[in-house]
Design a protein around this ligand. Structure first.
Ligand code: PMP
Length: 349
């Protein structure tokens, strides 16, 4: 497999591939993603910043790590057996990852999605073989028609259903503890001082945070949250605010329930990001460094910028930002070109 090893030279970090291999299946290229120095941003903010490129996972996002881990554990525990149907409530990257891994491992798959999900996304899930059930986006989490409730009902009525349950499954959090968290510790040779990631289920910040803090309790874990999300108020007050409404269309940022995998004891701070500047950050990253990421990666950049302003005296030695997926997923939504293409024929007039 590709191994990215690190060599120190003053403050510079060089990343090289040590071996080239042929793989037995796509399962073998889940994880071990590149960590790339963000040279322009590091210079601008005056600290060492690196991006963790999770779009390098085979279905294109960080979610392959958790879905693969949950499926593996369930197979070992005997709760997931051949012929069963994997069920969950998700229309984002987790849904695609479930559809992809169900296809690869020979399971059926049923996903409940919000009817506000982009038609192209729903179609992609179906092309990957998922049965997709659209649920009203405006339904509150405890409404029987919400995508959470419908998934639970399907599982309750079908003895052949396996509920992946990304919001409450402890193996989700453990996937990042044993996977991404450990990988970042090794990849940075213990030099990481800050980790910034957008939170939706909170599995990333919690799992990575718990591993990194087990190695060095001084490492700071910062979660990018959106206005109107319940996560930041819950971390700060312990209260679940059911009166709030998430005010971002950025996928993977903010939540309307408190997932069991959101473990506040491993999170040092939640920073409320700004929607427009998060999108601008992602666009700037492309222009300045050639790195094309989704909006939640831009939100992690925004959290870093805001965190630096909130803590002017704190030294940020080695910051890692989670870039959960690729910008290509958001063509026409976050990314649009405003310069019309030219016709070759016009050049010959
Ligand atoms: N960004 C994107 C694009 C995502 O799909 C997700 C997960 N929905 C996240 C960030 C947040 O990750 P987590 O659920 O681990 O908090």
């Amino acid at each position: 497999m590709y191994i990215f090893y690190l060599e120190m030279n003053d403050s510079e970090l060089f990343i090289s591939k040590s071996t080239k291999e042929v793989y037995a299946s796509l399962l073998d290229i889940i994880g071990n993603t590149p960590l790339i120095r963000l040279n322009h941003l590091s210079k601008k903010l005056g600290c060492d910043i690196y991006g963790k490129m999770e779009s390098y996972n085979p279905s294109g996002s960080i979610k392959d790590r958790i879905v693969n881990y949950i499926i593996d554990q369930a197979e070992k525990e005997g709760t997931l057996k051949p012929g069963m149907t994997i069920v969950d409530a998700t229309s984002g990257n987790t849904g695609l990852s479930i559809a992809f891994l169900a296809l690869l491992k020979g399971y059926k798959c049923t996903l409940t999605v919000k009817d506000s999900s982009a038609p192209a996304k729903i179609e992609q899930l179906q092309i990957f073989g998922a049965r997709v059930i659209k649920c009203p986006a405006e339904a509150k989490p405890d409404d029987p028609l919400s995508y959470y409730s419908v998934a639970k009902k399907i599982v309750a009525e079908d003895p052949n259903a396996f509920y992946l349950n990304q919001n409450y499954n402890e193996n989700h959090y453990l996937a990042h503890y044993n996977g991404l968290g450990k990988e970042l510790w090794e990849q940075t040779e213990g030099r990481i001082t800050h980790f910034f990631a957008s939170a939706s289920t909170g599995g990333t910040v919690s799992g990575v945070g718990s591993f990194l803090k087990s190695q060095n309790p001084n490492i700071k874990i910062i979660c990018a949250d959106s206005a109107g999300s319940v996560l930041k108020p819950f971390r700060e007050t312990g209260i679940y605010r059911t009166d709030l409404k998430k005010a971002t269309s950025l996928e993977g940022v903010g939540k309307d329930i408190i997932p069991g995998v959101f473990k506040i004891e491993f999170i040092d701070e939640c920073v409320e990001i700004d929607n427009d500047s998060s999108i601008q950050n992602a666009k700037d990253l492309l222009k300045n460094e050639g790195i094309f990421i989704g909006g939640s990666g831009g939100a992690a950049i925004d959290a870093l910028i805001k965190y630096k302003m909130l803590h002017p005296d704190e030294k940020i030695g080695f910051a890692v930002l989670s870039f959960p997926d690729h910008g290509l997923k958001y063509m026409g939504k976050l990314y649009k070109s405003d310069s019309p293409a030219e016709n070759a024929a016009d050049l010959h007039k």
